[in-house]
Design a protein around this ligand. Structure first.
Ligand code: DCP
Ligand code: MG
Ligand code: MG
Length: 608
């Protein structure tokens, strides 16, 4: 099949004036949860398998489907049609999420936009890859893997047939790689837009793919039985359409736009019409990390506080696993309840959220973690939010509890981040723990405190939220330094190696350092005349206040220096006295080469 048009030079293919310029792949994993279970326990491959949540078989392997078990079937009914159905519990979504993320990450390796849709679907815009391929392939002999939806009737002048054939090959490569590296079989749809790619994806299930050329779009759409078959038409829009006797997609194709505009706003009417004809210009939006990470548990009814606490505790355990995988530090927590209204015989949801201290979380070996005490603290916060939502003096009936972390503090990583320094150098942890330890007790020097009992305790009693991490209290460095300076200098031996707590206030201290360095540079860079440190006496002078910064260079911000822990001050002093001994010349930190150690000095650089 040669669909090469007369003017299909390579360059004309990439012309954005093309009528059908894009090549979109939609990939859906076959019987996703069931495949995850079969990959974990290969013996399940040979038997009809159902994945159970509550009383439902939410999915099943194809062996079970052949026996008549279908998605979202009642367990009772599934066992009737398939008595030897093996059931596994699928209520813990952790393994499914992990698999989903691995598939997404693998697709990213093609370096084109990937949009994740739910757990087991991804859109990939392969337009650019196809453009590249066009430069090197013989377009006369292209083989299309899998199926083609109807044979191509006529060549499209824009050259899309060739592009879609190449896109189909890319889809085949992607599916093969997913199988080779992760073991999952998949289906794919290949078309010139997202709508069609998604709709044709399941036409040949399992483990196959389907390509559609644009001229078949309208005919394909007209055969869809219900307007709900169009993914972006939700229940409310469908209801509104049905109320106008627009039931099938064919009805929608035929109804005059003017009539539609009487019932929907103009943009919506045009969009509905367009979708019915198989047109969809929405881009593949690169997926990032989710805005919130949450879990819910529904049940018949819970009316006792202690039971609610148990539910939340179990939910929290599972949620923390997800947060650890995500890697971001949560700073906001939301509690959701579904209350049964006995009078109205209906249920409704209510939520309450509050900010939480990032210091509840620890980073150990680059992994986010929460200590037992931290977990207890979170549970306390959760139950306080619960108390705000429920009047405990009256009976209550809940049918769902939910927990979600809704805002996150990005962990600062990368070569330029001070976190690198902090993560590598034990002594710096005292800086980070300074505030909470001082606040807790002036004598407490237990820096192992990934510190449950520290001042980071979320106090919801007053206005129910902690001070916002975005607007931290101004930290009085001098006061904190005093807390440390009573001969109770932070001892590295008391620090837990690798455990690092960064909260926003602590990070702000770091930025304060940087800000100060901008105005009164700690580095001699701003003071070229003092670059030569061979004669310390010229460049250092005593500081009366506190008697701490003796022999500091004159261009050093004393306040900042005094607020540093003892070890760090010593390190700095040693370097100032003898720059070569530490391998860090007292020239600009920016000029340090790779051989130089990771030192706090390199973070004292004025921002440009
Ligand atoms: N799922 C769910 N609840 C539903 C439908 C699905 O929890 N009502 C879960 C189980 C599925 C997964 O989402 O494995 C993906 O949904 P799909 O619709 O893609 O179904 P499958 O991947 O299981 O099967 P298929 O081979 O038809 O894609
Ligand atoms: Mg699927
Ligand atoms: Mg799916």
């Amino acid at each position: 099949m040669d669909d090469r048009t007369m003017d299909c030079s390579s360059s004309s293919y990439v012309d954005s004036d093309h009528e059908h310029p894009r090549s979109i792949v939609h990939i859906d994993i076959d019987c996703f949860y069931a495949q995850v279970e079969m990959l974990r326990s290969p013996e399940l491959r040979a038997v009809p398998l159902g994945v159970q949540q509550k009383n439902f078989v939410i999915t099943s392997n194809y062996e079970a489907r052949r026996c008549g078990v279908h998605k979202c079937m009642l367990v009772h009914d599934a066992l009737k049609v398939c008595p030897n159905l093996k059931l596994v519990n699928g209520e813990d979504l952790q393994n499914y999420r992990t698999a989903s993320n691995k598939i997404f990450e693998l697709l990213l390796s093609w370096k084109c936009p990937v949009e994740k849709l739910g757990m087991d679907e991804n859109f990939i815009d392969v337009t650019k890859i196809v453009q590249e391929k066009l430069k090197s392939v013989d377009v006369n002999n292209l083989i299309v893997p899998g199926h083609v939806y109807e044979e191509a009737s006529a060549n499209c002048a824009c050259g899309c047939h060739t592009r879609l054939k190449l896109a189909s090959q890319v889809a085949g490569e992607m599916r093969q790689k997913i199988f080779n590296e992760l073991g999952f079989t998949t289906c794919a749809g290949i078309a010139h837009n997202k709508l069609l790619a998604k709709l044709i994806c399941p036409l040949h299930k399992p483990n196959d793919q389907t390509t559609m050329f644009p001229e078949h779009a309208e005919g394909f759409m007209s055969a869809l039985p219900s307007v709900r078959s169009i993914p972006s038409i939700g229940s409310k829009t469908a209801e509104a359409l049905v109320s106008q006797k627009i039931i099938t997609v064919s009805d929608l194709q035929e109804v005059p736009l003017d009539i539609l505009k009487k019932h929907f706003n103009s943009d919506m009417a045009v969009r509905l019409k367009s979708l019915s004809l198989g047109n969809d210009n929405t881009p593949v939006k690169q997926s990032g990390k989710p805005q919130s990470i949450g879990l819910e548990d529904s049940f018949k009814t819970v009316s006792v506080r202690s039971e609610v606490e148990e539910k939340f505790s179990a939910l929290l355990q599972r949620l923390l696993v997800l947060v650890r995988e995500d890697g971001r530090i949560p700073v906001s927590l939301r509690v959701t309840l579904r209350k049964k209204d006995a009078k109205r015989l209906s249920s409704h949801r209510e939520s309450r959220q509050c900010q939480i201290s990032p210091s509840i979380f620890t980073i150990s070996n680059s992994t986010l973690a929460v200590t037992q005490a931290g977990q207890q603290k979170l549970l306390t916060i959760i139950m306080r939010l619960f108390n705000k939502l429920i009047d405990l003096s009256k009976p209550f009936h809940l049918t769902l509890v939910g927990l979600a972390f809704t805002k996150f503090q990005e962990r600062m990583t990368g070569r330029g981040s001070i976190v690198n320094y902090l993560m590598n150098d034990i002594s710096v942890q005292s800086v980070l723990n300074l505030q909470s330890d001082c606040d807790t007790s002036a004598t407490s020097m237990d820096y192992s405190a990934a510190s449950p009992g520290s001042s980071t305790t979320t106090d919801l009693s007053d206005g129910e939220v902690e001070p916002s991490p975005k607007k931290p209290k101004k930290v009085n460095w001098i006061a904190k330094r005093r807390c440390l300076s009573k001969g109770e200098v932070a001892s590295p031996s008391k620090l837990k190696v690798g455990e690092l707590r960064l909260n926003s206030r602590e990070l702000e201290k770091v930025s304060e350092l940087r800000l100060n360095s901008r105005d009164r540079s700690l580095t001699p860079r701003a003071s070229p005349a003092k670059d030569n440190m061979s004669d310390n006496s010229d460049t250092m002078k005593d500081v009366a206040e506190g008697g701490i910064c003796d022999n500091c260079p004159s261009d050093v911000d004393k306040e900042v220096f005094n607020a540093l822990p003892y070890e760090m001050q010593q390190e700095l002093k040693t370097m100032w006295k003898n720059p070569s001994s530490s391998g860090v010349a007292r020239s600009s930190p920016r000029t340090m080469n790779k051989a130089n150690p990771n030192t706090i000095l390199k973070y004292f650089v004025p921002h440009k």
